[in-house]
Write a protein that binds this ligand. Sequence first.
Ligand code: MF3
Ligand code: CO
Ligand code: CO
Length: 271
Amino acid sequence: MSIVQKTASEIEVMRHACRLAAEVLDVVAPHVVVGVTTAELDRICHDHMVDVQGCIPAPLNYAPPGYSPFPKSICTSVNHQVCHGIPGERVLKNGDILNIDITVIKDGFHGDTSRMFVVGDGAKLIAKRLCAVTYECMWHGIVQVRPGAHLGDIGHAIQTHAQQAGFSVVREFCGHGIGRRFHEEPQVLHYGKPGTGVELVPGMTFTIEPMINAGKAAISELPDGWTIITRDRSLSAQWEHTVLVTETGYEVLTVSPGMPVPPPFVAGLRT
Ligand code: MF3
Ligand code: CO
Ligand code: CO
């Protein structure tokens, strides 16, 4: 399969799907409090996606080759969990950090976005710093996006910022083309060399979703077949947007009223 460039009408549908995905994060945000279970967060998101938005939660029963079907509607990855955490009876504690990753399907197209949340007011400085630096990493990647740029420019910008902060980039998972399929070409690595890799062309839609570890980059998979953790059990953070390559640069598609503001180095956000 090759890289799909979306038509103007497909982009309209993508924009809608992506905004709905971001809206789910706005809806769940006030529920991320001490004492809530990740299963309860899953239920809140599932009900909003299905009953309010008329969307399909893309993770539910998602089963790429070699994987068992994902059993829930969102991913919740806590503390040293890197990604693909399965919601369950785990109770969130003061100071936990948590990624919530939402992917909806609306009118045949996917929208994919995730944010970090800090539970209560007790998070350690390192945890808050990791979340903030990872957010900057995602945006350093996003601002590289324009026709003629290369995927390696994105990876390099992310890697440089993460490593300057003393953190490491997870290598086994990456951003991805997205559209009618959840995971399309190309793979968007969060490390790399400027000027290398696929050249960007208007109409491409892909995610940028760096996973950054406070300790070493190595990961392990839990026996549930999905949850990825840091091998050294250091904290891990991730943020994700779906972006469109426009004629002049980029458009972030997964925007919503409640999204955190971009860092100061981001010029103007088109919404
Ligand atoms: N949303 C994840 C991503 O950003 C993929 C989750 S797959 C699932 O690519 F099955 F775990 F939901
Ligand atoms: Co994604
Ligand atoms: Co995602």
